[in-house]
Design a binder for this molecule. Structure first.
Ligand code: NAP
Ligand code: GFB
Length: 333
């Protein structure tokens, strides 16, 4: 039987990265396409996954054997703070429909995408896969985080009642080409790249939201894409896997902003707007389980993450080259 991999959310940051990797890695290599395999990258124009009728039609159209489920209402700290119910409801509906039709249409395997913000706010660090349900998530994104947490609960319930092979991946903050570079609603790296670029163009100050003190771990979207493909090929357990760089790679927002200033080549006034929220102070996650699992395959080399500075330079270059050619820059005054 042939393999059809349906990637929901295929037009987004992570979906585009998986498409890039699957089309550029050597065929049949660890992260490359396999013979006879068909990959489908669906976006919302193919069907609104909040709607069960449209979701069922998508599954009937492509008859996927495997699903990488990325589609979600996504946004940075400020969008999450503004639309808590919408994040909760839209993502709950999307996830319920995708898992329900994956089950009823006999999909062999589903990997759904969570986020390290699903973890409790008050918890011992580093985060690991055992701690997801140990307390409430940070209040800034409790709508999104609770909807995403429920995927792990559903995965276990689908396994226990129906024997489904559903699991989840938990990435840290992601960045790369095809990100959402909107000035208000985006995540910090694409938001600051766009703000810094505009400050340079317009000779205006570059304002970073918050104090710059919070810490984050960032993963380059192409690295994350490889890890999703690894999970699809080599991981068959319901328990989630954190997909992250090492704990020692945690960086402050200020240091990220400094690097963006340097990479964009901005030389004007640069300031922090501490009237704006900082969000969760930190959420360092351990990638120990990921590296242990990946190293079980003795035929393959150890996974190498792209150095942060290199990935940031690549992303800034992509943004500048695509600014007038379809990059998601949102509304610009
Ligand atoms: P993104 O760039 O905003 O892309 C979202 C994707 O979901 C798009 O393809 C979008 O389609 C699709 N989508 C949204 N609502 C939909 C709906 N109702 N029906 C069908 N498709 C819908 O997001 P991303 O950053 O790639 O995120 C991918 C996954 O990674 C998400 O599950 C997210 O929660 C997770 N994640 C992201 C980050 C991060 O830092 N970005 C961190 C951790 C986890 P259209 O293009 O047609 O709107
Ligand atoms: O990427 P971000 O929004 O995600 O980063 P979170 C927020 C941090 O960057 C805060 C600072 O400390 C902000 O004060 N920051 C500085 C900015 N300038 C900006 C800017 O221009 N835009 C943004 N967005 N932040 C999101 C969650 O949290 O991370 C989501 O809300 C999701 O649910 C995602 O899980 C991965 O790490 O704070």
């Amino acid at each position: 039987m042939s393999t059809v991999v349906l990637v929901t959310g295929g037009s987004g940051l992570v979906g585009k990265a998986i498409e890039h990797v699957i089309n550029t890695e050597p065929e049949s290599s660890r992260f490359g396409k396999r013979p006879g395999e068909k990959w489908v990258f669906a976006n919302s124009t193919e069907g609104d996954l909040k709607d069960p009728v449209q979701t069922e039609k998508l599954f009937e159209k492509y008859k996927p054997t495997h699903v990488i489920h990325l589609a979600a209402l996504v946004g940075g700290l400020f969008k999450n703070m503004k639309y808590k119910l919408t994040f909760l409801r839209d993502n709950t509906l999307i996830n319920d429909n995708v898992l329900h039709f994956s089950h009823t249409k006999n999909v062999q395997k589903v990997i759904s995408c969570l986020s390290t913000c699903v973890f409790p706010d008050k918890v011992t660090y580093p985060l690991d896969e055992t701690k997801i349900h140990d307390g409430p998530p940070h209040e800034s994104n409790f709508g999104y985080a609770n909807a995403k947490r429920m995927v792990d609960v559903m995965n276990h319930a689908y396994k226990e009642e129906f024997g489904c092979n559903f699991t989840s991946a938990i990435p840290t903050n992601v960045f790369g080409p095809h990100d959402n570079f909107d000035l208000e609603d985006s995540h910090v790296i694409p938001g600051l790249i766009h703000k810094c670029y505009r400050a340079k163009q317009n000779n205006t100050p570059f304002a970073v939201s918050g104090t710059g003190k919070p810490l984050r771990q960032f993963i380059f979207s192409y690295d994350l894409a490889r890890l999703f493909i690894w999970m699809l090929r080599e991981y068959d357990d319901v328990e989630p896997v954190i997909l992250s760089v090492g704990e020692e790679e945690e960086v402050s927002i200020k240091s990220v902003a400094d690097k963006i200033v340097k990479t964009v080549g901005f030389q004007g006034e640069y300031k922090f707007d501490s009237t704006k929220a900082d969000g969760q102070f930190r959420k360092p996650a351990s990638n120990k389980r990921l590296l242990t699992l990946m190293s079980q395959n003795k035929n393959e080399q150890q996974f190498k993450f792209t150095p942060f500075d290199e990935a940031l330079e690549y992303t800034v270059k992509w943004f500048v080259e695509n600014y007038n050619k379809g990059a998601r820059i949102g509304k610009v005054a």
